[in-house]
Write a protein that binds this ligand. Structure first.
Ligand SMILES: *[C@@H]1O[C@H](CO)[C@@H](O)[C@H](O)[C@H]1NC(C)=O
Ligand SMILES: *[C@@H]1O[C@H](CO)[C@@H](O)[C@H](O)[C@H]1NC(C)=O
Ligand SMILES: *[C@@H]1O[C@H](CO)[C@@H](O)[C@H](O)[C@H]1NC(C)=O
Ligand SMILES: *[C@@H]1O[C@H](CO)[C@@H](O)[C@H](O)[C@H]1NC(C)=O
Length: 304
């Protein structure tokens, strides 16, 4: 049993270290040296396994487990095994700091644990599909967790507003009970993906747009957003726009005709005017445009 656990952690340790090692050697004649080094790294991993987990991070994770009510699904989170080998946890192999925290779909009913704020090397947090309630804490952002680039809290029961500190590159908050407006400072943040569908959010979302922004996927469906879509600049990289069931008005920007859409849904808003005609908008049927004020042109009725 102990042997098997050691083996698993050596493998993950070695994989990460090995790719670092290879990058250090630019000369292919050093392959033998690299292989020798890999053996040494493997041996070192076996010796340092117990020390691999940062002890403050381990204490924080045990506090997280306790705040979650010590669910049986997390019984493997105990001190008999280094915390970097616990289910849902990954670490930086060199520092033993926790970089990834995943507690997915375990039906946990609790607020987001404050102890997560002590895991300051986190890069990804995924607590999706539980029964988390209360508000989204302000520490879930790059101010408190400087390397956090991925935050999944979708499918919970979180309420209250989105904190202005949640400027995380991949921000997935769909399917909660969030209210209020998108924080104004999100205009200056860098996002790649924003998923806010199925909440009770209101107001403007146009600050997320901009030609040169990196936002490639935006999901706002089934909220109360109200803004003029005709005035936004679609990001050049955007290929997913799902904004059905809001109160978005104006027209569909002409630039939509030239985008390579993977998904596009503006149905059930208050849009008006001609649908921009392009190769990728032609892939979408009437369902993607239905229920607006006066959109016209293919795939809807011709403009008069
Ligand atoms: C501690 O975790 C191991 C798995 O890593 C598990 O086999 C063991 O039952 C756990 N101990 C307790 C007290 O839950
Ligand atoms: C964070 O860690 C410090 C000690 O390192 C501890 O005093 C504090 O209670 C921890 N905070 C939380 C929220 O667990
Ligand atoms: C964040 O990432 C950078 C670059 O990978 C690293 O140097 C730094 O130590 C990380 N910060 C923390 C708190 O782990
Ligand atoms: C677009 O939205 C409409 C209305 O909610 C829905 O019927 C349709 O399935 C959606 N299309 C896609 C591809 O999500």
């Amino acid at each position: 049993m102990v042997l098997q656990i050691d083996h698993e952690s050596i493998e993950s340790f070695d994989l990460k270290r090995d790719s670092n090692t290879i990058m250090e050697f630019t000369n292919p004649r050093d392959v033998v040296t690299t292989a020798l080094l890999a053996v040494l790294v493997l041996a070192a991993a076996a010796r340092t396994d117990a020390a691999l987990c940062n002890k403050f991070d381990e204490a924080a994770l045990l506090a997280v487990k306790s705040a979650f009510g010590n669910p049986s699904a997390l019984s493997g989170w105990n001190s008999t095994v280094a915390c970097c080998s616990w289910d849902g946890i990954s670490c930086n192999a060199a520092t033993g700091r926790v970089t990834d925290l995943t507690v997915f779909s375990l039906d946990i009913s609790a607020p987001v644990p404050a102890a997560i704020a002590n895991l300051t090397a986190l890069q990804t947090v995924n607590l999706a599909y539980n029964q988390l309630h209360g508000s989204i804490p302000a520490f879930l952002g790059p101010h408190a967790l400087p390397n956090l680039t991925f935050l999944r809290l979708d499918g919970n029961r979180l309420s209250g507003p989105i904190p202005p500190t949640a400027t995380v590159f991949n921000l997935l908050l769909a399917g909660n009970q969030l209210t209020g407006q998108i924080p104004a400072n999100f205009a200056d943040a860098v996002f790649g993906e924003v998923r806010l569908s199925d909440n009770q959010l209101t107001g403007d979302a146009s600050m997320l747009f901009g030609t040169k922004k990196q936002l490639n996927a935006l999901f706002l469906s089934r909220n109360g957003f109200r803004f003029d879509l005709g005035r936004v600049e679609l990001p050049e990289v955007m290929d997913i726009l799902e904004i059905d069931h809001n109160m978005v008005y104006g027209s569909i920007p002409a630039a939509a005709a030239a985008r390579k859409w993977l998904a596009f849904n503006v149905s059930y808003n208050q849009l008006c005017g001609p649908i921009p005609q392009g190769k990728y908008t032609h892939r979408f049927g009437p369902k993607h445009f239905a229920g607006n004020k006066c959109l016209c042109g293919r795939p809807l009725a011709p403009c008069t």
